[in-house]
Design a protein. Sequence first.
Length: 157
Amino acid sequence: MPYWETHSNSRQQTTISVVCLVAGALLAATLRGNVDGESAAAGFWFGIILLIIGGATLAAHARQQVVVDPQLREIRIDDRRVVGHNLRRIPFDEVQDVQVAYLQTRSQRALRYFLQLQLRSGEAYALFAPERVYAGADDPAVVAAWQARLKDHLAAS
């Protein structure tokens, strides 16, 4: 069985952060001296909030790499952040079940799909986590194909 490696789309995360920073900076700079009216003050503070959100999302920004390695019989999840690095190894034998899960809105609309690993220890682990941006994570058929592929890797070993 071939090696399977995939990455989160960190460009999209970075783009969202930069858009918030630029929009916030423009609003705050434009309305800084013009805080006479309520609308101008609200716009200025909205700009400050956008700056804070943009900075926070940029600082929390992470690139995730998932590797399913049939030779080592493990799943490696490598999270690289601006301020650190975390590597998690999950042996194939530790995976009890693989399910398709989803993150949804209050209106019951699914936003992102991901794989939920049920581990023998009782822990549930979100693979292709919804807070990461993976191509196809908004399509249940794509994520179902990921599930089938992972189950094939687990069964072949």
